[in-house]
Design a protein around this ligand. Structure first.
Ligand code: 5GP
Ligand code: ZN
Length: 111
């Protein structure tokens, strides 16, 4: 998608720190971190909202969650981490390309 920042990062048209990538998704550092470690896992396929995803897209989200658990050590998350998906306006979603926030590196506030 042309105007999407995550698609631009994927295509190398915008700079970012990419920590992991494979055929399905990439993990980058968030430009405006909300925790000591704040990463974003971004599926390669451009889908704006969760409710627009296919079954295959949902399977990739599951794969991402499992892969993050396997990467805990290299991402600095062995003490625990939080995964967040902002869906829509009330959640404050700003980039309309489904993604999972990964927060950790410190004790996070409970909610
Ligand atoms: P949302 O609010 O849509 O759930 O999350 C979008 C996230 O993308 C925000 O945490 C924001 O800081 C991050 N972000 C927006 N633009 C860029 C960018 O150009 N590079 C990187 N690395 N992160 C970005
Ligand atoms: Zn996109």
């Amino acid at each position: 998608m042309e105007d999407c920042v995550f698609c631009k990062i994927k295509k190398g048209e915008l700079p970012s720190t990419i920590l992991y990538s494979d055929d399905d998704f990439m993990i980058i550092k968030d430009i405006n971190p909300q925790a000591k470690i704040h990463l974003i896992a971004i599926p390669n396929e451009h889908v704006p909202y969760i409710d627009m995803m296919t079954e295959d897209g949902a399977k990739i989200l599951g794969k991402i969650i499992l892969k993050i658990s396997h990467l805990q050590e290299e991402l600095g998350l062995t003490q625990g981490y939080r995964l967040v998906i902002n869906q829509g306006e009330n959640a404050g979603q700003t980039v309309l390309h489904v993604h999972i926030h990964i927060l950790g590196g410190e004790k996070l506030k409970e909610f």
